[in-house]
Design a protein around this ligand. Structure first.
Ligand code: HEM
Length: 512
């Protein structure tokens, strides 16, 4: 054996020895956590724990937690490992209530990566922890009152009208449309208008620069998604930003330019951007009757420009995709059940006839529409899991589980919403599940498309409005059927934080 071969053999032996040590450490020390605590857990593998299929993009995050829920839900709460970190999954509605609401003070953060220094756009309401979140939530709450949302109805309605005329043009030459893209363009135009003050013209132009960046926000490598959700400390340690540099540059430039334009020309509009400018200039938002809103005067710290931009960004990230996927899945289901579509069209026609046009009040009178949207949000919750992190140790009531500070918690919404013991025949799309008596018969925490507790979605009213206006606009003019090219049931995109259809959703379109 030559000297070089001997060195090589030694190196390989050292390498194997190191691997064995790491493997043994993982298997008998790291992966001993749940066993030692006497909590049921899913058997992990080195080195990804239980999330190998997620990191390898083999399955969507929603489907991953759904499958775990369906398999192990009877344990009420159980452990998995995300890489080396234990993660607690909660499936029982009563325990979910404990985490989200009853013991909120122990679980007030999401635990997802947020670091304003490394990544300024992560300094937003969705991601900020602790006191920073609380102060901001108090400040932002007056921007989402019904009065403020009603003032923005005109912008949403205008985008609905633009959607009708653009789709009408296409329908003159084609008998089929790809609905996912149309609704993506529609909600991008709405949110860019209300949060960034610009007319993004995506409905009209399709794939323009703004649509490109809108899509880019969600194109995050699954490894980064897993790291920022389960082990944000690694991102912080290596100073890795979660938002791509391109997105950050685009968002900051767009907001700053339009804000300066408004300030220079003294333009005031009834939208979120105006309210963010008020928070920057005065530190509070004027209430609907022009008096200062009492709830926001207790702390008059003004928002900095970057803080305001981070909020506009979170409205965009949390508000455009969630509503566009809901509208998409809604028409996808209605295209498969013509009787439900006819019933909804009848309600739309009668209400529009009564009111003369689509108004906020007309929309609110459409009770069947509300059930249809709620059923869509049940079957396809746009955020398919809720995240929390334990911020103060606690013994989880009615269990033997001690939750230490720092433990990440996942609540599998898609699993909960498709649990056959709560929703019989869960794959059946049935808006009657949202009749009053049926709702009253279910546990209130068995339906959580907007989350619950103090960190519940702040934009739910606006989300309902833009989704409903999109559906009403199209159904008031067209009839939809499923094109044979469309997959049933739908597959979900693997490397996407929200629940999104993987393939195109083609619908045939006929004027009504
Ligand atoms: C159909 C539409 C929507 C759905 C299904 C949805 C769903 C959700 C969910 C599940 C959460 C997490 C709640 C929790 O952890 O308990 C959330 C939080 C949030 N959503 Fe929405 N959302 C929608 C529309 C919107 C819109 C239109 C906006 C803004 C304009 C928005 C802004 C936010 C923000 C800022 C948060 C973080 C709240 C906080 O942590 O204090 N969402 N949303």
């Amino acid at each position: 054996m030559t000297e070089l071969t001997m060195v090589l053999v030694e190196l390989i032996a050292i390498f194997i020895a190191v691997l064995i040590v790491i493997y043994t450490y993982y298997k008998y020390v790291v992966f001993n956590y749940w066993r030692k605590k006497g909590v049921f857990y899913v058997e992990p593998v080195v080195p990804t724990g239980n999330i190998g299929s997620l990191v390898a993009s083999k399955v969507s995050i929603g489907q991953f937690f759904h499958d775990l829920y369906i398999k192990y839900k009877d344990h009420r709460a159980f452990g998995i490992y995300a890489f080396f970190k234990p993660n607690l999954i909660i499936t029982d509605p009563e325990l979910i209530r404990v985490v989200l609401t009853k013991e909120f003070k122990h679980f007030h953060d999401r635990g997802i990566f947020s670091n304003e220094k490394i990544d300024p756009l992560t300094g937003n309401l969705f991601l900020l922890p602790g006191k920073k979140w609380r102060k901001l939530r108090v400040k932002m709450t007056p921007t989402f009152t019904l009065g403020k949302i009603k003032q923005m109805f005109a912008i949403v309605k205008m985008c609905g009208d633009e959607l009708i005329s653009s789709v009408e043009n296409v329908a003159q030459t084609e008998d089929c449309i790809e609905i996912k893209d149309w609704f993506g363009r529609y909600t991008t135009d709405i949110i860019m208008s209300i949060a960034f003050g610009i007319k993004s013209k995506c409905i009209e132009e399709g794939d323009n620069e703004i649509r490109y960046w809108g899509k880019k926000i969600f194109e995050v490598h699954p490894l980064w998604t897993a790291l920022s959700a389960f082990t944000p400390q690694i991102m912080k340690f290596f100073s890795i930003p979660a938002t791509s540099r391109g997105v950050t540059k685009f968002v900051i430039k767009t907001f700053r330019e339009n804000m300066e334009y408004r300030q220079t020309h003294k333009i005031v509009k009834h939208d979120f951007m105006n309210l963010l400018i008020q928070l920057m200039e005065k530190g509070y938002v004027e209430s609907d009757d022009k008096d200062i809103d009492k709830s926001s005067t207790t702390n008059v710290n003004k928002l900095t420009l970057l803080q305001a931009i981070a909020q506009a960004y979170s409205f965009f990230a949390a508000g455009f995709e969630t509503s566009s996927t809901t509208a998409t899945f809604c028409l996808y289901e209605l295209a498969q059940q013509q009787d439900l579509q006819d019933k909804l069209c009848k309600e739309i026609d009668e209400t529009l006839k009564k009111h003369g046009e689509l108004t906020y009040n007309a929309l609110n009178e459409m009770t069947y529409l509300h059930k249809v949207i709620n059923e869509t949000l049940r079957k396809y919750p746009p955020l398919p899991i809720l995240n929390r992190i334990c911020t103060e140790e606690i013994n989880l009531p009615t269990t033997n589980i001690h939750v230490p500070k720092g433990m990440t918690i996942s609540i599998p919404l898609l699993g909960l919403h498709r649990d056959p013991s709560i929703y019989p025949e869960p794959d059946k799309f049935d808006p009657e599940r949202f009749n009053r008596d049926k709702i009253a018969a279910r546990h209130p925490y068995a339906y959580l498309p907007f989350g619950e507790g103090p960190r519940i979605c702040i934009g739910s009213k606006f989300g309902y409005i833009q989704t409903k206006v999109g559906i009403v606009s199209l159904l008031s003019r067209f009839k939809f059927k499923l094109d044979p090219r469309t997959t049933v049931p739908v597959n979900f995109v693997e490397n996407h934080a929200s629940l999104t259809a993987k393939d195109s959703i083609y619908l045939t379109i006929e004027p009504r």
